[in-house]
Write a protein that binds this ligand. Sequence first.
Ligand SMILES: CC(C)(COP(=O)(O)OP(=O)(O)OC[C@H]1O[C@@H](n2cnc3c(N)ncnc32)[C@H](O)[C@@H]1OP(=O)(O)O)[C@@H](O)C(=O)NCCC(=O)NCCS
Length: 243
Amino acid sequence: MNILSLRMAHQRDCDRIEAFYSSNPDPNVAKRDVSDIIESIDDGRFFVIQSLTERTDTKPIVAASAIFDPEQGPYWQAAEEILGRHSEHDRPHRELGGSLVLPAYRGLGLHKILLAVRLGFLKVNGEIDAGAIVYSTVTQANEVSAKNQMKAGMEAWDCHYAAFLKPCAACAEPRYGNTNCCKVFFKFDTANLDKHTKLLLQGDIQREKRDASKRPTGESFRIVLDLPFLDDPDRDRLLATRG
Ligand SMILES: CC(C)(COP(=O)(O)OP(=O)(O)OC[C@H]1O[C@@H](n2cnc3c(N)ncnc32)[C@H](O)[C@@H]1OP(=O)(O)O)[C@@H](O)C(=O)NCCC(=O)NCCS
């Protein structure tokens, strides 16, 4: 049995996280400023999955995913001046991003688990109840990710102020919202939250690996959730969307 551990990243992981992204470049993962990664780690919003089965001193990172704060920088302030006041501008915005699963670990549901972890974190932290707009951006050609996002209750979002959330790092000139941009937006419908949080309440997660044609490969994995926010004694109530 292969064992994976899912945990919050620490500052000391920063170099390894940068190396993880730079050694596994993927056109579907927007390059982030190091400052964005550091800020996300500092806020406890950067998650990594390590393989504990490898016989190496440093257990390799096999997947990463984060929550980013898009309201940094001059773009956000400009939105209100240019577009006028809009009730959505007053709500906190949280971007789910930076997801990358190494090819050998794809098909285990890690992306869906990382989605659940990030949504669960925002729920336990009170941010969903505070009306946060939780969104993600997906490269137009990335069918696997778009399908995963929609299965997870994200819906296509025609965000009128998209250009101000942060410039798209992948396109040379156009920003988000420009029709030439490579990204589309998805927004999370919090009515779908229960479906995800259930996964977090069951403890360790067992998975059988399947290949791209959904055939079992015969490898099984245990994913240990090493997440302090799940230790909250009030976690079941906090994670519940209703009642
Ligand atoms: C998109 C990505 C994060 C998905 O990760 P993942 O952990 O394999 O996702 P899941 O296991 O939850 O789901 C994968 C789905 O794709 C299918 N799939 C596609 N290619 C696959 C492959 N090579 N191996 C296994 N499954 C594959 C699976 O059957 C599954 O479909 P299902 O939900 O209908 O069963 C991963 O492919 C990746 O890192 N891609 C490159 C970077 C990227 O696109 N990031 C997302 C940016 S928005």
